[in-house]
Ligand binder design. Structure first.
Ligand SMILES: Cc1ncc(COP(=O)(O)O)c(C=O)c1O
Length: 413
């Protein structure tokens, strides 16, 4: 098939047609245009916590579509207010205020803007292997000074400098000494530290509790904010609503200041949400940020249905059981080339060989074509599983068996 899109994606040459019903609830399987049925451990990527086409999720979106699908963000809608309240109840942010967006990248952008404005500082600490999105600079091109000038000044413009030299300090993930040193050297400029509690694209590396708590303490000591990117980890994937709660726990004294979500939040419908404490969010005065589609009633209805179904069907507990189940299967039938299984709940990285060998890539093809399983490869060295939450032992057994066969056949050598 001729691909009429930009050639920006590594292609799999498969055309997906539909979800393939496979029991109660959302489907874990999808069917392509040739009738092949795949187990979906990729879920687009990490966006189908309920599986595909869950009937109650479809019904909720259909119902909302018949009522109202769009509204400017200057107008209240019921679904948006309900979702903001629900997110504030579920996630560990003090007296949360929410900015709604459509994607993970947009929620990261919102977090950056908030951190800069709330502190008046211009530097963000982040970490090796981090992934927070791909946007480049729409605001730089926007003319209206009310939107642009608080953040960016163009060449030749006579405007006060604000965040013109916004900087990033990148540090080794897990290294609190390096964080302490960065704050000692540049503390007066640091607005925030941003961290994925489990690095996803980087290869599924969970942070330790010690690291996250240390970040909380150091940022607080220096009057900087702590931002937690839960785009991939959030909404039940780790067996808890957030990976922060899974790793750190529920201690209110340790809560982050900003936490952002996308991917699983909409159950497959694009929606993102950046939560910030009321105090930090108060910096985002009228006009300081905005979006057309973010938090539209359809997206909010989809997210509300997703959160409700996760709760009603006990899907978080099922998600939480996936990593331990895979570890049991691996212990019972070890695969020589698998050097590590990392992750929490329904976010699993299976490392093949040494990290620097980047040996996992060649597994993608045979897993898909010969075994009809979709996975993603992350960090080059690990097979990543982001299964629907209800997946359990049978699906993990199927994946582990297929992996063993691919490796026996020399797929990663
Ligand atoms: C942790 C994290 N942050 C942000 C993003 C960007 O999300 P999106 O692709 O929806 O813009 C991703 C996407 O993989 C992610 O994993």
């Amino acid at each position: 098939m001729t691909d009429l899109r930009w050639p920006t994606y590594g292609l799999r040459n498969v055309t997906l047609e539909a979800a393939q019903p496979d029991g109660e609830g959302g489907s874990m399987h999808v069917v392509d245009s040739d009738g092949n049925v795949y187990l979906d451990a990729m879920t687009g990527v990490g966006c189908a916590p309920l599986g595909h086409a869950h009937p109650l999720w479809v019904e909720a979106i259909e119902r909302q579509m018949r009522r109202l699908s769009t509204a400017a963000n200057s107008i209240f809608t019921g679904p948006q207010q309900q979702l903001a309240r629900r997110l504030g109840d579920l996630f560990p942010i003090d007296d949360a205020r929410v900015f709604f967006a459509n994607t993970g990248t947009e929620t990261t952008e919102a977090a950056i803007k908030l951190a800069l404005r709330a502190t008046g500082c211009d530097t963000i600490v982040c970490f090796d292997r981090a992934f927070h999105g791909r946007s480049l600079g729409a605001l730089s091109l926007t003319a209206n000074p009310a939107y642009r000038e608080p953040y960016i000044r163009c060449t030749g413009e006579d405007a006060p400098e604000r965040f013109l030299d916004a900087r990033v300090i990148r540090l080794p993930f897990g290294d609190l000494d390096a964080v302490r040193q960065a704050f000692a050297d540049h503390g007066e400029r640091i607005a925030a530290a941003f961290v994925e509690p489990i690095q996803g694209e980087g290869g599924v590396f969970p942070a330790t509790r010690e690291f996250l708590v240390g970040l909380r303490q150091i940022t607080r000591e220096h009057g900087a904010l702590l931002g937690v990117d839960e785009v991939q980890t959030g909404c039940g994937r780790t067996g808890h609503w957030s990976a922060w709660q899974a790793i750190v726990g529920d201690d209110p004294a340790l809560r982050p200041d900003i936490l952002w979500l996308a991917k699983a939040l909409g159950g497959g419908f694009p929606v993102g949400a950046c939560l910030a404490s009321k105090e930090a969010a108060s910096a985002m005065i009228g006009g300081s940020h905005g979006t057309t589609f973010g938090g539209n009633p359809l997206a909010c209805a989809a997210a509300l249905a997703t959160l409700r179904i996760i709760e009603e069907e006990g899907l978080m507990a099922k998600a939480g059981a996936q990593t331990p189940t895979l570890r049991e299967l691996a212990a019972a039938a070890p695969i020589d080339q698998v050097t590590e299984i990392r992750g929490l709940g329904a976010m699993i990285g299976i490392q093949i060989g040494a990290a620097e060998d980047r040996a996992a890539g060649p597994l993608n093809g045979p897993l898909m074509h010969d075994h009809k399983i979709f996975v993603t490869i992350c960090g080059g060295h690990s097979v990543r599983l982001l299964l629907p939450y209800r997946a359990g032992k049978p699906e993990l057994e199927q994946i582990w068996g297929a992996l063993a066969e691919c490796l026996r056949a020399g797929a990663a050598s």
